[in-house]
Unconditional design. Structure first.
Length: 147
């Protein structure tokens, strides 16, 4: 039994190391907003598209999509951002969590402003407490439902 527990502990440590090794921090200026849950950062590594992990915002052709994009532009464009990328990609975008110069999670701010929802499949429910009546009016996309 001791060997099984020790082997399981070693496996968990290995998973943690691999996950931590894949995560990367980037810092740079927010230079473009594709929509409320996808931004572009100009960093020392070049221009990087970031899909905000665990945030579900309307597409530009959906109700509220343009308003969400405009809110992110007014609030954050030109500001320095710090993003932790988790090593995963979604199309041409890296997936990550970004913070403004004051350390505020911009995904939480987008949801609290009513321009997005918690996407529990990817957030683990991290943003649910920031949802408002306005944000809960946004239909939750099927891919966000927990499996």
């Amino acid at each position: 039994m001791y060997l099984v527990i020790r082997a399981a502990s070693a496996m968990l440590a290995l998973v943690f190391l691999v996950t931590t090794a894949e995560a990367q921090r980037i810092e740079g200026r927010l230079v473009h907003v594709r929509d409320a849950d996808t931004i572009e950062i100009a960093s020392s590594r070049g221009r990087i598209a970031v899909r905000l992990n665990g945030v579900d915002s309307p597409e530009l052709n959906e109700r509220g999509g343009r308003a969400g994009k405009e809110w992110v532009e007014r609030t954050y464009r030109g500001k320095m951002m710090s993003c932790i990328l988790n090593g995963q990609r979604s199309y041409d975008r890296w997936v990550g969590i970004c913070h403004d110069p004051n350390g505020n999670d911009i995904g939480a701010a987008i949801i609290a402003a009513g321009h997005g929802r918690d996407c529990p499949r990817y957030s683990g429910g991290r943003y649910r407490k920031f949802e408002t009546n306005k944000s809960r009016d946004i239909p939750l996309k099927p891919y966000c439902r927990a499996r």
